[in-house]
Design a protein around this ligand. Structure first.
Ligand code: SAH
Ligand code: DHB
Ligand code: MG
Length: 224
């Protein structure tokens, strides 16, 4: 198997399961034009997030790492009209692009974007009593994943889902002596998730047009 084949199959899947969508396509185009890195979830991954949020009946969603708002749009579309999604982004330029993309998708009333380091905005959300969130999507800087998981759990209820992107990193995650702080952050996150008695969790490897990576998913238990 190769990157070329993974990309070809992604195009095949997206052609079948993800119909042409002007708001989502415009979000990617505007992100690219503004020079944002091409690291949004893929269309079929975005749809998976949307389906998981709907299966779970989510009404309140938290996202850590907005970029241009592509995954935000997929997740916010899973919400009822009175639902709410709070998304956290450190880069003002990313936030500007995302706000335009989210408004163009007709989701400005459902999505609240908070600019700042998530390490700082997460405790503020908790202090404001904004939880519990039914679903949290962790997708910002990898060294902070352990911290983000701790806060996500505090901001959850029994039955909440916590999903994290990029937990395999081209397989580098198995290298315990990796000098890469991203890899070490993901390794500590996976360990924390596995050892946490308040969640049942697993991780899944993925190949896609974005390469070889993976998702982790944790369900907050009713009886810790
Ligand atoms: N979820 C997006 C992709 C997010 S990329 C999608 O799939 O469409 C990761 C984002 O996290 C980037 O925009 C980056 O600026 C942001 N980020 C990095 N460090 C951060 C931090 N400490 N707090 C908040 N956001 C951060
Ligand atoms: C990177 C970040 C992501 O969230 C992702 O999905 C892919 C790559 C990165 O920082 O390289
Ligand atoms: Mg990611």
């Amino acid at each position: 198997m190769s990157q070329g084949k993974w990309a070809k199959v992604d195009y095949y899947i997206n052609d079948l399961f993800v119909p042409a969508d002007p708001a989502l396509e415009a979000a990617l185009e505007a992100s690219s034009k503004a020079g944002l890195p091409p690291i949004s979830v893929t269309p079929n991954q975005g749809k998976l997030l949307n389906l998981l949020a709907r299966v779970q009946g989510s009404r309140k969603i938290l996202e850590i790492g907005t970029l241009g708002g592509y995954s935000t749009i997929w997740l916010a579309r899973a919400l009822p009209i009175d639902g709410r999604l709070i998304t956290l982004e450190a880069e003002p330029k990313h936030a500007r692009v995302a706000r335009t993309n989210i408004a163009r998708a007709g989701l400005a009333n459902i999505v609240e974007l908070r600019i700042g380091q998530a390490q700082e905005t997460l405790p503020k959300l908790a202090a404001e009593g904004l939880g519990p969130f039914d679903l949290t999507f962790i997708d910002a800087d990898k060294p902070s994943y352990p911290n983000y998981f701790t806060w996500s759990l505090k901001l959850s209820r029994p039955g909440s889902l916590i999903i994290a992107d990029n937990v395999v990193r081209d397989g580098a995650v198995t290298d315990s002596s990796s000098p890469d702080p991203n890899v070490q952050g993901i390794r500590r996150f996976n360990q924390l998730l596995a050892a946490e008695p308040r969640v049942d969790a697993t991780a899944i490897q993925t190949v896609s047009s974005k390469g070889y990576d993976g998702f982790a998913i944790a369900l907050v238990r009713a009886d810790p």
